[in-house]
Design a binder for this molecule. Sequence first.
Ligand code: SIN
Length: 608
Amino acid sequence: MPVSGLPEISIPRRLRAPAPGWTTTADVIVVGSGIAGLTTALRLRRRVARVLLVTKTVLDEGSTAWAQGGIAAVMSPEDSPAEHIHDTLVAGVGLCDVDAVEALVTEGPDAVWDLIALGADFDRGDTGQISLTREGGHHRDRILHAGGDATGREISRALIAALDRVRDDPGIEVIEHALVVDLLTDADERVCGVTLHVIGEGQVDGVGAAHARAVVLATGGLGQIYSSTTNPSVATGDGMAAALRAGAVLADLEFVQFHPTVLWLGEGSRGQQPLISEAVRGEGAFLVDEAGERFMQGQHPLADLAPRDVVSRAIITRMRETGTDHVYLDCRHLGADFLEQRFPSIVQRCRELGFDPATQLLPVAPAQHYASGGVRTDLRGRSSREGLYACGETSCTGVHGANRLASNSLLEGLVFARRIADDLTTRLGAGELPETTPVAPSGEPELIRGKRRLDVQRAMTAGSGTVRSASSLAATQETLAALAARAVGADADKQGGPKSWETTNLLHLGRALTYAAALRDETRGGHVREDFPARDDEHFLHHVHLQRSVAGALDARIVPVPQSNLDGLDLGAPVPVDVLDEDRAEGPGAAKPAARHTDSAKETEETT
Ligand code: SIN
């Protein structure tokens, strides 16, 4: 059902960019080179005549390579799909799609074995069996890891090595340093390609157009929308934003996961921050406040290993109670030898930054980590726009609901990439999705200057971040509207360039996310409202779907969760979360951010 009551938001159809100076064609364009993009492209390579894989910087630059903890899958005889499904549904607080979760969990082990056959080398015990650990929300050891805490890097290495082995194959072309600006659509609003900016040489340089029968968006998340995040700098939501502008449905955007244990580097730290994997708590580390008191015990049966949203909220509450901006992770009892062997990268990074986990408490606070929502897809990865698919963090398959279960994201990228490749193989083979001609998009293009990124991040962190309220969301929306007004007229960027395209993507997604958050007057999963601190199953067991109308307005639809997704699921009593705070840090109505930001003179002066 459509909803209203909030000020109308207008989203342009396209970003301002130079007219394409070159053209290329493929059957399928895959955008992004994390686990989702690479798996899709590799599986499609021999099945369709021409796959074009484009990635914004270099192949291993995205979020996949930063994943520490691992990939969840039922690999032990003591575990079962039913238990993994149950843990995923509980973490998702009633908003998961059961069919999507079943697909994830039941197809996951085979997909992981195929990854191993491809060359991914997961850690093994003395007898050669795969080592499994536990993370928040899991009741079984089911997290595979590699290099101790470098799981994503190993998966990325194995997939890129597989790609390198087939680089000479004419069936696949890879273009690096290629930022997708917008989606091309035909007269029937079918997606039929992308415009993209390539920093290249010769024929493929500057803005061009790539035409295809289908486009798969696997561009990762939107972490850079906040002042601090565990996501790399490339995570600017480019795919999600392009899909939004092209009229695809986005869902569950309000559910942003803030990872509980991100190393606190002080008030002035912003951008990508060092993650302390949940697996460290899985091995026995625990949280304490500044008085050294453990505070997770008694809050949840899993205590320090409760689902991520529960732990983050408990940390925020404790920080507010004690007037501090961080708590501590105590790993000292695990010992230097164990820590160095099990978590070599984390230990090294901490020591580089002046903290020794073997001898010191680590200061930690929540920071943005994962977008549980994204481009709404069905079980085959199809979006609401014909010809457009989305995969991995860019998508909203229904697997994560209101809060992603730890280490389910690499698995989701892997499983749904295979589903997408299989669906495209069938459809293209059957002559579906014929080649078609793009039409010029309607409306004026818009673009804000890249130097406005700090303003977007600050507004999002202050009012649409870890803790939100109606007034903080309204204040953020107002600031974003003022920034959007700069996308036209004298203040607009008239030429376009990577920094401004990315920043405008963040602005568009920030407006959509804040809009969705204002429509959810309750606290659930990654969405915390200080003015509605309890879960409200009577009124909010639904999804918020957002879609740009042909006229440019952002429309919201409320889509109830089917009863079949809730049968047998015990979510427990809705317990109000005590996150009220009178001492606002960022102006009227703004919720105090747990994450940090600063006025960096360099950033503020930055131009496109
Ligand atoms: C972590 O290692 O804590 C992050 C893993 C994940 O986000 O699933």
